[in-house]
Design a protein around this ligand. Structure first.
Ligand code: IFM
Length: 453
């Protein structure tokens, strides 16, 4: 039996724009309504209609065995115009958080998950340094109003996505490909996290656990014997992973983003750390690059359209075939989850896997993927990492950003042809059994042919 520590959280994660429906006043909604932006021409106007059906969704998640649920709060609902906070929307999220608890689950809300209000975007979005104070003010308001309903706050989901996908690779809006614009964005996401951390602790006396949610691909040299590849991998790892880690730990903005200057209050701005882990990213010195983080990256769906944002995503080591063929075209490598958790364990705070999952229609593959990653979490705990929870990405098939509804990550299928009917998948039941037992038995590992980690 791979037993997890008492009180371990087994849950799922969602993000407002991807599931709620009706998030019309943010910059993603504006973008996805332009022709040619989303793979299947869809929008998130309805998404999973979770904004209205959240009670049923949480009851279902709980009945399946989950004891936690990560959600996100939509900034554009809370602050539709600069400085005007919408009381009805605060009340809505209070009901959402209460409903999670009433269903016996721990709520884990995130304040910024990719989307910001249209008025923020119109004023420069992440490029305008004012976003730091704006996010802090929103975090202060939300945590003051909702702080008695949650013990956790996650500040920004995947800070590196804004510079990398929005300003360097041009995959997410505003779809810029310009390093000189990406670097200030890297600075602002880091500073915004620190300002939000301080704002939350200043606003509430409930002593919540506050932290960032980092998406950390395991970045390695395509050819480990090539010095060029090793140097390129180290450089990518610095930009995507280490830059944020140094900022959090030492409170500095490291080059090439900053000049190593110290930002007051940034050092140690984490009581917990969330890790989103999906894939290994192999890098070659020839300049190939890849990015396994939300949105359109590869073309693993076999639909023959050949669209790919990053050919580098296809880098594979010929002698290490991937066991998992996901719809995103990512190189799924479960061992990387253990490695990144052990890397983060030096921060000395509790760690949570805030996202991990697989987009597939092959249910046995989803179950094997889940077991293989949970086994790696267990191995990380055995190795000394203080991991307290695992939040599967995601609860419901949802709007996968530039991929629309073509990617099926959900524990629960959404039948879009039948009024968004919810249909729990085999992996949801398997996960529920693991959550109820607090571990994985050997028979299950054998049945799915997964090694213990
Ligand atoms: O759907 C995204 C999520 O919003 C952020 N992390 C990665 C997921 C899968 O791409």
């Amino acid at each position: 039996m791979l037993a997890f520590p008492d009180g371990f959280l087994f849950g799922a994660a969602t993000a407002a724009h991807q599931v709620e429906g009706g998030c019309l006043d943010n910059h993603w909604s504006e973008w996805e309504h332009q022709p040619g932006t989303i793979r299947d021409g869809s929008t998130a106007d309805v998404a999973c209609d979770h904004y209205r059906r959240f009670r049923d969704d949480f009851a279902l998640a709980s009945s399946l065995g989950q004891n936690a649920q990560r959600i996100s709060i939509e900034w554009a609902r809370i602050e539709p115009e600069e400085g005007r906070f919408d009381r009805r929307e605060i009340d809505h999220y209070r009901e959402v958080l209460d409903s999670i608890r009433e269903n016996g689950m721990e709520p884990l809300p995130t304040l910024h998950h990719f989307t910001h209000p249209s008025w923020v975007a119109a004023d420069g979005g992440w490029e305008n340094p004012r976003i730091v104070d704006r996010l802090a003010r929103y975090a202060e308001h939300a945590s003051r109003e909702l702080g008695d309903r949650t013990s956790f706050w996650w500040t920004i989901n995947e800070p590196m996505v804004a510079p990398a996908l929005c300003y360097l690779m041009g995959i997410h809006p505003p779809c810029v490909r310009d390093i000189s614009r990406a670097l200030p964005v890297s600075r602002h996401v880091l500073l915004a996290h620190g300002a939000m951390y301080r704002a939350i602790h200043g606003a509430t006396s409930h002593r919540p656990k506050v932290g960032p949610v980092l998406q950390m691909p395991f970045i390695d040299a395509h050819d480990p014997s090539s010095e060029e590849d090793r140097a390129a991998a180290a450089q990518q790892d610095f930009l995507f992973n280490q830059y944020y880690l140094e900022g959090l730990r030492h409170g500095i903005v490291a080059p090439p983003v900053g000049g190593g200057e110290e930002i007051p209050g940034l050092a140690g701005s984490y009581d917990v750390i969330g890790l989103n882990y999906y894939a290994r990213m192999l890098v070659s010195g020839r300049g190939d690059m890849a990015h396994p983080a939300g949105g359109a990256h590869g073309d693993g769906d076999g639909d023959g359209d050949g669209a790919t944002a990053s050919e580098g995503m296809r880098l594979r080591r010929p002698d290490e075939p991937s066991e998992f063929d996901d719809q995103m075209g990512w190189e799924v490598w479960p061992r990387g989850l253990r490695e990144q958790l052990l890397r983060l364990s030096s921060f000395g705070v509790p760690l949570y896997v805030t996202e991990n999952g697989m987009a597939t229609r092959d249910e046995r593959a989803r179950c094997r993927h889940l077991l293989a990653h949970l086994a790696e979490v267990h191995a990380a705990i055995r190795g000394g990492a203080d991991v307290r929870g695992f939040l599967y990405w995601t609860l419901l098939d949802n709007f996968e950003w530039a991929e629309g509804y073509t990617r099926t990550f959900g524990l629960i299928e959404i039948d879009r042809a039948r009024d968004l009917e919810r249909k729990p998948r085999e992996a949801a039941r398997l996960y529920g059994e693991i959550a109820r037992r607090g571990g994985i038995d050997e028979e299950t590992l054998r049945k799915f042919e997964v090694a213990a980690g």
